[in-house]
Design a protein around this ligand. Structure first.
Ligand SMILES: Cc1cc2nc3c(=O)[nH]c(=O)nc-3n(C[C@H](O)[C@H](O)[C@H](O)COP(=O)(O)OP(=O)(O)OC[C@H]3O[C@@H](n4cnc5c(N)ncnc54)[C@H](O)[C@@H]3O)c2cc1C
Length: 449
């Protein structure tokens, strides 16, 4: 093992999904990995202040589930033991979209799991804690990433520990998994380097979520429901998934002011006005287990670190610090886990080079573009709503027409249905739609339309 080490200490800022998966990727490559988290980390799967989004539905895509299993072999069994609910892809979640209420439900041959975000995160945290060379320090807020006087090398972090004292921790590598990436931007600014350009898609999304006990007479035709509005006029939608403990988590929301209120009665009224009645009918008499949690998500953001000329050695932003996606598509945790797998591979491949850390960030930024391409192209679909702010792609109308035709074929043909779900779950890249036979069928449908 000693020959595979590339540094003495790595520090990870943040014990969210990106930080924990990054810590898993770094495990055998440094003498010591220290994860610093500002929150108190609960021993039970409960909510905490630093990740307010955890109060809302968190779907785990199959790519994310597989990436987590690659980082932590046997992870799926951990989820099952924690009470996560198995879902047959294509069958167990009723998808309602305009023209298909519901979209054909068929078993496409694989299973995923539904669980609350705290349960998923705690399962990952337990794996990270079990690594003997990894230390998780809670109530420890990083205040600054430190660099050499000329700004070329990151040397560690300064943090405020749980006694309120300021502390300096030296490190060969600092991974910024703090979500917002503010510490990375502050460092670049302080050493006079340019900040990364940003592409933003302003969606102005408002979310509200409630948890219900699943009633005895609940439908047996589905375990979860996804209801889409009708773009461009109706942005209201809902997603209800089962959670551990025989519960449903229902998240409903809309855009540009069309948002749910924060009281229980208002929540039901808003659910009743969704395009289809399935979620409302399921929850109207169900026992509500807590209050209404709300969240506002202004925009998807992609920071173009890959366009920067040079980057301080020993610093790596990851996860939401690089790219934040519209949560409706359920991509963030899975992209975080896929990025951690990429990090693990790059560290393995760079093992023989003289200074594996020197090129790590620039190679990572370059290679993750492929990884982000498909999820970002999904986020771009938000331009179907005319109020969406940002640079609408020139060929967007053609993209929409292509998508409508592809959906029609997927409804008729289980093999194409499976393919589209594999792309949505980030198991296959968008480029699979360029298959000549499929293209021909799509163009025929477009002509018919
Ligand atoms: C409403 C909503 C719903 C979502 N639904 C889904 C979904 O269905 N499926 C999905 O895959 N993704 C979903 N996401 C996205 C997902 O939550 C994130 O993309 C994913 O968890 C990766 O985030 P992260 O770890 O990079 O950052 P975060 O989750 O923000 O974690 C950052 C961590 O860093 C800590 N931290 C911050 N600053 C400091 C500091 N200075 N010092 C120490 N610690 C610090 C925070 O306390 C936190 O623990 C959703 C997001 C939102 C907003």
């Amino acid at each position: 093992m000693a020959s595979t080490l590339i540094g003495k200490r790595a520090v990870v800022i943040g014990a969210g999904m990106s930080g924990l998966t990054a810590a898993g990727a770094l495990a055998n490559r440094f003498d010591q990995i220290v994860v610093l988290e500002r929150d108190t980390l609960p021993s039970e799967p409960t909510f905490r202040a630093g990740t307010p989004q955890a109060r809302h539905v968190h779907g785990l895509l199959l790519s994310g589930q597989r990436a987590l299993s690659e980082l932590f072999p046997g992870f799926e069994q951990d989820l099952a033991r924690a009470g996560a609910v198995p879902l047959r892809a294509g069958l167990d979640v009723r998808v309602e979209r305009p023209g298909y209420d519901p979209f054909p439900q068929r078993d496409l041959g694989w299973s995923g799991y539904a669980a609350s975000r705290p349960t998923i995160e705690r399962a990952v945290r337990r794996r990270v804690e079990s690594h003997p060379n990894t230390m998780l320090r809670q109530r420890c807020r990083v205040t600054e990433v430190m660099a050499s006087p000329d700004g070329t090398v990151v040397t560690g972090v300064r943090c405020e520990n749980d006694t309120g004292t300021s502390e300096t921790i030296t490190a060969d590598l600092v991974v910024d998994a703090s979500g917002r990436g503010a510490l990375t931007l502050a460092l670049l600014d302080s050493i006079g380097r340019p900040l990364p350009e940003e592409t933003t898609i302003g969606i102005d999304l408002g979310y509200a979520t409630c948890i219900f006990s699943i009633p005895d007479d609940a439908s047996t035709d589905w375990k979860g429901v996804m209801t889409f509005g009708q773009a461009p006029h109706n942005s209201r939608g809902g997603l209800m998934l089962p959670l551990e403990g025989n519960r449903w988590m229902a998240t409903i929301g809309g855009r540009h002011g069309n948002v749910p209120p924060g009281d229980a009665e208002g929540f039901l009224t808003y659910a009743k006005a969704l395009r289809t009645p399935t979620i409302y009918n399921a929850i109207k008499h169900a026992k509500r287990l807590d209050g209404v949690a709300r969240y506002g998500f202004p925009e998807s953001v992609r920071r173009h670190f890959e366009r920067l000329d040079g980057f301080p050695r020993g610093l790596l932003p990851i996860g939401d610090a690089i790219c934040r996606f519209n949560p409706v598509y359920g991509q963030g945790m899975s992209v975080a886990a896929l990025e951690a797998c990429l990090l693990k591979r790059l560290l393995r491949e760079s093992g023989e080079t003289a200074d594996p850390i020197a090129e790590l960030a620039s190679t990572f930024f370059k290679e993750m573009q492929t990884l982000i391409e498909t999820p970002w192209s999904v986020a771009v679909l938000d331009f179907a709503f005319p109020e969406t702010q940002g640079q609408r792609p020139a060929d967007f109308e053609a993209t929409l027409k292509f998508g409508i035709a592809l959906t029609r074929i997927a409804a008729e043909d289980p093999a194409v249905h499976k393919l589209t779900l594999e792309v949505q779950h980030l198991l296959k890249p968008l480029s699979v739609y360029r298959d000549p036979d499929l293209l021909r069928r799509v163009f025929v449908k477009m002509a018919e339309a």
